[in-house]
Design a protein around this ligand. Structure first.
Ligand code: SF4
Length: 282
């Protein structure tokens, strides 16, 4: 059995910073620290940090003394709320997400309508949209483009900026962008800000390259992880067989015994231990 492991598998810089900083704080303080929402979308990483004292909360009011804001970022109002509650904020929002918050805020103030490509329910998106103050249209897939163009024409917007979720599927993004460009009313100034993260880009590209060379793709990562799901989609589209697993325990060993060439990729929130466990078992 030949195994090809993607070189870019595993933690991206944003998640590395969030996890390592949290570990360091927990080791130094030796007491519980609250994190608003999952620090990262990987159950194994969270479980480990919980044994060290991390407490995941869903509402900032549940925190005491200090609160961690995770790499996906939080809504604008949450910073204000934390301040009112007298909490010390440990802001581990990835700088690439903070850049999108800043762009959304600035363009909104300059009178642009924001067209945003992403999953409206994802925490990163919810955080970013809070900076648009209701002045946005969301595109989740190609089928939303016509509806948004109609809205732009109806409301006679003249300045539009395009932003996207950091982990959005690159090929789908390119198709949506092409459609928007071809359908945008002529009198509209259309600005495109590149906000898809390079860490996402390189993992998606490598997944595509490996998927085309192997008989079976294994994508390792959290089921709640958006970037892991994108890798799985790419693997499914480009390889005869692809599976998404969180840990080695989910490997279909009997099925894999018959496979000659296996490709492995892992999402940006997957720890190296989970990747190594899979390789060792294979
Ligand atoms: S995928 Fe990119 S934007 Fe998201 S946390 Fe990692 S480095 Fe930051």
């Amino acid at each position: 059995m030949e195994i090809i492991l993607g070189k870019t598998s595993g933690f991206c810089p944003g998640i590395t910073n969030a996890v390592e900083t949290t570990k360091k704080i927990l080791q130094e303080e030796k007491k519980s620290i609250y994190c608003l929402g999952d620090l990262t979308h990987n159950a194994q990483v969270i479980e480990k940090l919980e044994t060290m004292g991390l407490i995941t909360i869903q509402n900032v009011e549940e925190a005491k003394e200090k609160v961690i804001f995770r790499s996906h970022g939080v809504e604008k109002e949450t910073y204000e709320k934390a301040k009112q509650l007298g909490l010390q904020v440990i802001d581990l929002t990835c700088p690439k997400v903070l850049r999108i918050h800043k762009l959304a805020d600035e363009y909104n103030q300059k009178g642009y309508h924001i067209v945003y490509i992403g999953d409206g329910k994802h925490p990163e998106v919810v955080g970013t949209l809070s900076y648009c103050k209701g002045n946005y249209s969301i595109i989740e897939d190609e089928s939303d483009v016509d509806k948004v163009i109609e809205e732009i024409s109806k409301k006679t917007y003249t300045k539009i900026v395009l932003l996207a979720q950091t982990t959005f599927h690159l090929e789908k993004y390119a198709k949506i962008l092409q459609q928007l460009k071809s359908k945008m009313p002529e009198n509209v100034e259309f600005v495109v800000e590149e906000t898809i993260c390079n860490a996402t880009h390189i993992r998606q590209k490598e997944t595509l390259e490996i998927a085309k060379q192997v008989d079976y793709m294994i994508i390792i990562g959290g089921r709640k992880s958006s970037n892991t799901h994108k890798l799985y989609e790419i693997a499914k589209e480009n390889c005869k067989k692809a599976i998404l697993i969180e840990t080695k325990n989910e490997l279909p060993l009997e099925e894999l015994k018959k496979v000659n060439k296996i490709g492995i990729m892992a999402g940006a929130s997957t720890p190296k231990e989970s990747i190594q466990d899979v390789i060792n078992l294979l």
